[in-house]
Design a protein around this ligand. Sequence first.
Ligand code: SF4
Length: 118
Amino acid sequence: MNGDPNDTPKKGDNESGIRQAPSGDYARERGEVLPEEKPTAPAAKIVKVGKIVIDRDLCIGAASCIAVAPGVFELDSENKAVVYNDKGADDETILLAAKSCPTQAILVFDEDGNQIFP
Ligand code: SF4
């Protein structure tokens, strides 16, 4: 339908000769999975931090934990990290602080007492 008299309408052409995008039914007939039908990944499991323990033998006072979660950790007079407020940051930030520790001196437990990091 481009002015050529021999051009016959094809599936998907409308009256003006403009080809339209396939409909959802057409895509389904061809076995395609439409974006709205694709399964989504399961939601990430939410871990609740129950207890934070500092291994003082491992702590070297690098203070990355304090940089990440200053509301939770501080250095004491021996330059070792201590937890002064275990509710001073959200659980995600506390885990991030533990992961930032170069010596893995921060042990994180969930509410059931299971160690979740490291
Ligand atoms: S990041 Fe680790 S080593 Fe550094 S102060 Fe905190 S607990 Fe100690």
